[in-house]
Ligand binder design. Structure first.
Ligand code: CBF
Length: 834
């Protein structure tokens, strides 16, 4: 109806403008969309109506943003990630559009407390940990900085499982988060047919060229669901498109149903829907399951179809594709996109191989997030052959041309050819996805300085020789200060704003450096301490309400919340807590009363199949059950495991921490991002020289961080020494801890025998014994520093003031300039919201 645009414009809405408008929208949604009334509007309904009111606003901005971006036709970024750990959306939307205050007053006039309404929302937990949350921070920064960008992912029906702790053990419960999700827009008109299996036929086309046809097999339909991503203090509202799988026919088989074959009448439908049903709950672990490969291809094929369709509408020639499109691969999970784009260009669009390959390489960038061997993805050749026969051929061709290039550069180096081949000559042969990602991208980056150095010096060193060092770069991770300060810690954010001249620091985090001018301001320090205390009281209440354990908010809160993994060394932390307990027990009551009270807080999920990680959870809970009930100890030490750690819990726990633990074996944690969140919220950290801890130290200075343990270059020699019986004997304090566990003080010792023998008898791969004494000594130094409350507060304020570097905005600008070559889109002064 374009010619009727005046009528359209006359009726165009722009969402609510003021408090009355907001209240009107809430009441309208309660009474019409939800079919309820004043008499049966509970908090859940108030949440739904508020979310719908904000959603309406966002989608109008979303429309305008998309129109603006299409009109300008500049280059777009597509961020492909199998995980987006978004958390709650309402609070974030209210803050980003700058209307939380208005909503607070409006809701209270309607009879609700905004905090209770916000709590009603279910976390969108479509991710495992750091990688998925990084993707969510990136979306926030891309929109806040006005980059034309889309995220592409999978719309899992079940996100990461809910964790229940029963008798000290982790029990997994499905997380059905889609019951009511006002933030998504089903696009039943945006669908793509995705093919699997079948075979490849070679045919000659009219121009006499041999063309490959992928035929037969099975087709599944991808349906788009869009989620608006509002930028902070800007009208830009980007899109996150998640694909859901459906049977291609869309219906069940009526013939089979009529003939009484009820089960198989719906079988196709169920099989198709299984693809996007569940998020694989493994963090840093590759399991090589067929369904996972199906998920990956389903998602990249649908996304590329969409991207190519958008590009083709511009009628530009193909060689301009990389000038219009930048695709970032978040880890190797979307690597098949490289192969799929080559297939589209060669098989469907008729480009010559080299021309197509040039386009592909210039389009893709690949981010590596780990050096752990068990996390590096490989797919068996027979499996790829069966599921994606044409893709396997293309992978073989990519490999052939790549190896020819290597041979030209390093003639006769057969070992090198074997080492860098995309196909591993094992039984069965395997496709090495990281190698494919490197060969098919123009830039490869690690996520912290040490990590980027390590990948270039170890797992990818041959590729640095082949392609030269310029292809490899570092982009140190960052976090969005909107969620991880302003939303999670509103009082601290307000205090900071009062000292830095407003909320400008939320869009330019380096402005935090002004805080250092106020470090000696008594009133400021007092307020700072009060805010920390209030956050600790809030967490203490949550702990008591959910676990029954009472904790003293004046105690030092020592927090380790992250996925449970041997390399992250929660086992070392709990061994340390046992050591502290034994030390306290050995003291006289008088001496004991002089000790600093501590609360050791743990949280995190173990992958369901990761036995050792589950043992660690069990030990933490068993130790807690003993210590927390020991009258000699009282408030001096409590050990708490917070159930079901997720983004919303992180928003409560992180602002309440005094010290947090980032204690991975050096060289194993690529970056870590919670370390940044804790420091930004005025907590100090105890950590190893690993990942982003190193850059945090560089920024905030050594006196403000508690570092311990061996360095990454010492790790291999130590492991070697363990392997060949040349390591130092078991640390005596640790030996004492093991003795106590083995005596049965914390329950059946058999339950923990595996954990102990991994350290004592099986090479101590994560160097727990080697680092234990410096870990304990450094904790003593933490106690000492905490006793000096004034000195502690100075450290905290100084550290926060130096955290400007760790904004995900800085990080996104680095990607934009160094990898994507994209510019933000000007939105015009008049369009800027305050
Ligand atoms: O780069 C983001 C994060 O990714 C991981 O979580 C991952 O899944 N590979 C790493 O383990 C983190 O170190 C990293 O911060």
């Amino acid at each position: 109806p374009e010619p009727l645009r005046n009528t359209w414009r006359k009726h165009q809405t722009s969402g609510f403008k003021d408090k009355d408008g907001f209240e009107r929208e809430v009441v309208r949604h309660v009474e019409t969309t939800l079919a309820r009334s004043l008499y049966n509007c509970d908090e859940a309904a108030a949440y739904s109506a508020t979310a719908l009111a904000f959603r309406d606003r966002l989608i109008l901005e979303w429309n305008r943003t998309q129109q603006r971006q299409t009109f300008v036709d500049s280059k777009r970024v597509y961020y492909l990630s199998l995980e987006f750990l978004m958390g709650r959306a309402l609070d974030n939307a209210m803050l980003n559009v700058g209307q939380k205050e208005l909503a607070k007053v409006g809701l209270s006039e309607l009879g609700f407390r905004i905090e209770d309404v916000i709590q009603q929302e279910h976390d969108a937990a479509l991710g495992n940990g750091g990688l998925g949350r990084l993707a969510a921070c990136f979306l926030d920064s891309l929109a806040s900085l006005n980059y034309p960008a889309w995220g592409y992912g999978l719309r899992y029906r079940y996100g990461i499982f809910k964790q229940e702790i029963i008798d000290g053990y982790q029990v997994e419960v499905p997380d059905y988060w889609l019951d009511f999700n006002p933030w998504e827009f089903p696009r039943h008109d945006v669908t793509v047919d995705i093919q699997f299996y079948g075979s490849v036929e070679k045919k000659t086309n009219d121009a006499g060229r041999t063309v490959c046809h992928w035929e037969g097999g099975e087709t599944v339909k991808a349906v788009a669901y869009d989620m608006p991503i509002p930028g902070h203090a800007t009208p830009t509202t980007n899109n996150l498109r998640l694909w859901s799988s459906k049977a291609a026919s869309g219906e069940f088989d009526f013939q089979k149903f009529n003939s009484g074959d009820y089960e198989s009448s719906v079988a196709d439908q169920q099989r198709a829907e299984t693809i996007s049903a569940v998020l694989y709950p493994n963090d840093n672990l590759d399991r090589g399951k067929e369904l996972r490969l199906k998920q990956q291809y389903f998602w990249v094929a649908a996304s590329l179809y969409d991207i190519v369709r958008r590009f083709k509408k511009t009628k530009r020639p193909w060689n301009e594709f990389p000038e219009q499109v930048a695709i970032q691969l978040n880890d190797t999970h979307p690597t098949l996109a490289i192969v799929e784009l080559q297939r589209i260009l060669v098989d469907l669009e008729g480009l010559e191989w080299d021309e197509a390959w040039n386009i592909v390489v210039n389009t893709f960038g690949y981010t590596n997030h780990t050096v752990l061997p068990e996390a590096l993805e490989k797919w068996s050749v027979p499996l790829v052959q069966h599921l994606l026969p044409r893709h396997l051929q293309i992978i073989y061709d990519i490999n052939l041309f790549f190896l020819q290039k290597v041979e030209r550069k390093f003639p006769g180096d057969v070992q090198l050819l074997r080492d860098v081949s995309i196909i591993e000559e094992s039984q069965p042969k395997m496709v090495r996805m990281a190698y494919l990602a490197i060969v098919g991208s123009h830039k490869v980056n690690g996520v912290a300085e040490l990590h980027s150095e390590l990948i270039q010096a170890t797992i990818f060193k041959d590729f640095v020789r082949i392609f030269g060092p310029d292809k490899f770069t570092n982009v140190t991770n960052g976090i969005t200060p909107r969620r991880w300060l302003h939303q999670a810690n509103p009082r601290l954010s307000e205090l900071i704003a009062s000292k830095t001249g407003g909320y400008g620091f939320l869009k330019d985090l380096t402005q935090l450096n002004q805080l250092e001018l106020h470090v000696n301001d008594k009133q400021f320090r007092k307020e700072w301490a009060e805010i920390k205390y209030a956050n600790k009281v809030r967490l203490a209440k949550h702990i008591t309400a959910t676990t029954g354990i009472t904790v003293n908010p004046t105690a030092l809160f020592d927090v380790q919340v992250k996925r449970i993994h041997e390399y992250k060394r929660q086992q070392m932390n709990i061994f340390g807590a046992i050591h502290r307990y034994l030390t306290l027990k050995a003291m006289s009551p008088e001496e004991r009363q002089k000790q600093l009270p501590r609360v050791s807080i743990f949280g995190g999920k173990a992958a369901p199949g990761y036995w050792m990680a589950k043992q660690i959870i069990h030990l933490i809970n068993s130790v807690g059950a003993v210590i927390n009930n020991d009258k000699d100890i009282g408030d001096l030490l409590k050990v708490v495991f917070v159930e079901d750690y997720n983004v919303s819990k992180a928003e409560m726990i992180i602002p309440a921490s005094d010290i947090s633990e980032h204690i991975s074996t050096a060289g194993t944690e690529a970056s870590g991002t919670s370390n940044m969140k804790f420091v930004l919220n005025g907590g100090l950290i105890i950590g190893t020289c690993d990942g982003a801890n190193i850059e945090i130290t560089r920024e905030i200075d050594e006196p403000n961080i508690f570092l311990f343990g061996h360095l990454s270059e010492e790790v291999e020699p130590l492991r070697h020494a363990h392997r060949y019986g040349a390591a130092s004997p078991l640390d005596p304090d640790l030996a004492r801890v093991f003795e106590e566990i083995e005596k049965g003080t914390f329950g059946n010792p058999q339950d923990f025998a595996g954990m102990i023998s991994a350290v004592r008898d099986h090479g101590d791969y994560y160097l727990v014994s080697d680092d234990f004494s410096s870990y304990i000594a450094t904790h003593d130094a933490v106690d000492e520093a905490y006793r000096d409350q004034e000195g502690w507060i100075t450290k905290c304020i100084t550290s926060v003031s130096r955290m400007g570097f760790f904004s995900s905005d800085r990080c996104i600008n680095e990607y934009a300039e160094g990898i994507w070559n994209v510019e933000p889109l000007k939105v015009g002064e008049h369009a800027e919201r305050a």
